[in-house]
Ligand binder design. Sequence first.
Ligand code: FES
Ligand SMILES: [Fe+2]
Length: 461
Amino acid sequence: METHHRTTRAPETSERRPELTTPERPPKLPPPCGKDAMTPDARSLSSATRATLEAMEAVAADGNADWLTLPPDAYCNPEIHTLERERIFRAGWLALGRADEVAEPGAYLAREVVGEPVVMVRGGDGALRVFSNICRHRWMKVLDGRGRKAVVTCPYHAWAYGLDGRLRSAPGMERRPGFETASVRLRELRHEVWQGFVYVNLDGAADPLGGRLADLAPRIAAYRLEDWIAAATVVCGEVPWDWKVMQDNGECYHHEGLHPRTFQDVFPGERAGGTAGKDWTLLWTPAREELLETTASGEPVMPGCFFEPLPGLDDFQRTHFLLVYALPNFFIYLQPDCGLLVRVLPLAAGRSDMEADILVPRRAQALPDYAERLARFTAFFNRFNDEDTPVNAAVQKALASGRAHRARLSHLESHNRHVAWWVADKLAVPRYDAGAPSSGSTRNGPDAATGDGVAATVSAP
Ligand code: FES
Ligand SMILES: [Fe+2]
């Protein structure tokens, strides 16, 4: 469990868990309007939307056999975005943060998830709960940022809630006949904790997350992620690209072109492998053999670890980095010694909100130069993210220009192929017709017979 102290008044600002901001934040844009949150009537959809959904239907039907991206319109179209909010984001499981971020009774962490303010709170009984962060009086956001409180008091009219969400007092409301303080409570949202990551399901109807990721869990079990901590958060803020552009950028094919020094020198993108289940993909890239180092106990390990490699990993895990995607918004970069959780959520078509949690095994905190190592790893993230940022922005501009084509994918873009299929499967006609069921199909994805999205070139971890 988390050991470091948090004050009761201020958001978390300790050295161990700094809030970091990338140097150049994109300008703030207005939030999507309320109309955006409505599911469109199929009859009112534009012809462009219908054409995009028909293309998606073909992708969903054949498992993206042609290895194509989605049509550019899918990345820019507000009607598609509205469907995604309902079918993918509100109906799915969204990574909210880490359970270790609210380890102590009264600890809370407030975030916004596709337009909804939510907050996770550790109760006095030790239970973690996720609440809608909207006051049951007149809609004020109750908690902001992160911190620790014994009682949750709304800043607007001072209604006070317990850590279990029950209203304890509401000034003056005793004069309203029929108002029963005890019957009022913050709305609790469905959540699951998977390997230490807290997920929320906004519509309350998703299949259990543990079942969805059951075939992924054993592949990364050796890392014992439940024993890691979120050591820092890099707030990238609003970014001018669609969440699917961020997913597309998740392949390793671009190491040579975009990351010659940050990745390609050590992790040649052309040697990347991968596999996929229905709701996840997993990629891995080996470190160049001639650069491998040796641990104190004589085992091979990738060069440039920022902390100490975890014990209990095999040669494959010590010499490769992994990219783990639980769709739609959860992406872990994983090394033998540390990792990143990148959370990307849509704000509107072509605009997203992005944050990255720096992950380290809990034991790394005991290293005497922990803070310096953490700063070096954070700087590494900022360095490669600064390389990706202008590319993602340029790609989104091109997609919106009306001149972009529907792209063919390389064999190193199996992740992109799977994500295109996965999105298409959630949105495809005829399920966009009003009143039709919104659950995804039961097929496994591009290579349904094996459950793998691509042929693995090396054995899966
Ligand atoms: S809105 Fe919270 S107390 Fe009035
Ligand atoms: Fe990149």
